[in-house]
Design a protein around this ligand. Structure first.
Ligand SMILES: Cc1cc2nc3c(=O)[nH]c(=O)nc-3n(C[C@H](O)[C@H](O)[C@H](O)COP(=O)(O)O)c2cc1C
Length: 346
């Protein structure tokens, strides 16, 4: 297969600890809610396998919930506990591995209560234990690592954010105290899987209905925020933004993933509207620059080592062969994202 020189950086291998990926393209976690009673079936396995067959270096599954009453609000969101659901996941892993792919589950607690002030310390300890149980199960089933969902206003992020966390015990009261729950989750998962099993933590400044919120307002705060998470054993940070080309703080072009990498020294994943802008492929189609949001802007940032990996959401949801088509410079074959794609597992 020939790779267009413009995108070669996306198709270079990546290694971090025990994790080796053939290229830099990651499938972003996307909830599909098509696992009846929490059990992912053959259709879910085939959906992920199609991406593995098409040059996706790492698949991060849709959010899959731990065993706790507030963890889910939808019976078709997959579970990451219980024999039947875990058997379904084992089949997903087998299919993806048979196609030569790598896959991590996104371990999730939705925090359906919407705020965290009411949990007793005993209940918090129980939730932490369930994250660790799911992490251990992921390793046992043969996943290539785990991603912990700490973003978008769900449980872990509810602890991070001062608007949802007004606790006055050790879990609240300052930016660093609000990281304690996540730190305990990461630490418990690390203990459950051992030192070598990759742990990715997904973070976002923005919340699902509050796009302009910032947990850290400047690099100094970001450093305070990241340190406990680093100490707890995170290997890779997945830095969720809505547009990867937007600078995170004034005075620098670095995006969120760029800042997290610079401060933590750990590899990072960027994400947000890659391949969605209709100008994304102008560079190929017309040989002229397509601006910040274009593919050459993305590749340039990757070549500058601003971040290590690039997650693709909607473009890969609608088009399983997105990464193959980009590699082969087949812009004309890309399937544009429409909301209709959300109703099928194609
Ligand atoms: C249908 C859909 C479901 C999503 N579900 C999740 C999820 O379960 N966990 C998560 O962290 N992000 C989720 N996201 C966010 C994506 O992972 C990604 O960050 C976002 O779509 C931006 O990337 P994109 O512009 O390439 O689509 C979801 C996005 C979409 C479109």
């Amino acid at each position: 297969m020939t790779t267009s020189t413009a995108v070669q950086a996306l198709y270079r291998p990546f290694t971090a600890g025990t994790l080796t990926l053939p290229n830099r393209i990651v499938m972003a976690p996307m909830t599909r809610a098509m696992s009846p009673d929490g059990v992912p079936g053959a259709n879910v396995a085939a959906y992920y396998r199609r991406r593995a067959e098409n040059n996706v270096g790492l698949i991060i599954t849709e959010g899959t919930v731990i065993n706790h009453p507030d963890a889910s609000n939808n019976k078709d969101v997959p579970h990451f506990y219980g024999e039947t659901a875990l058997k379904g996941w084992a089949n997903v892993v087998a299919e993806v591995h048979a196609a030569g792919g790598k896959i991590m589950p996104q371990i999730w607690h939705m925090g359906t209560k919407g705020q965290v002030n009411d949990y007793s310390e005993a209940e918090i300890a129980g939730i932490v234990k369930e994250f660790a149980n799911s992490a251990a199960a992921a390793k046992e089933i043969g996943f290539d690592g785990i991603e912990i969902h700490g973003a978008h206003g769900y449980l872990i992020d509810q602890f991070f954010w001062e608007k949802t966390n007004q606790r006055t015990d050790g879990y609240g009261g300052s930016l660093v105290a609000r990281t304690r729950f996540a730190e305990e989750v990461v630490r418990a998962c690390r203990e459950a899987v051992g030192p070598d099993f990759p742990i990715v933590l997904r973070l976002s400044q923005w919340k699902e209905r509050e796009y302009t919120v910032k947990l850290a307002n400047n690099p100094e705060e970001l450093e305070q925020f990241l340190q406990p998470l680093l100490d707890a054993g995170v290997d890779i940070f997945h830095c969720s933004t809505r547009r990867y080309w937007e600078p995170e703080f004034p005075g620098s072009d670095l995006n969120f993933a760029g800042w997290v990498k610079k401060i933590s020294g750990k590899p990072t994943i960027t994400v947000g509207s890659v391949g969605l802008d209709s100008d994304f492929m102008t560079f190929f189609a017309e040989g002229r620059s397509s601006g910040n949001a274009g593919i050459e802007g993305l590749v340039q940032k990757l070549e500058n080592d601003e971040f290590d990996l690039v997650a693709i959401g909607r473009a890969l949801l609608v088009d399983p062969a997105w990464a193959t088509k980009i590699r082969e410079d087949r812009a004309e074959d890309l399937i544009p994202f429409t909301r209709d794609a959300l109703s099928t597992l194609s």
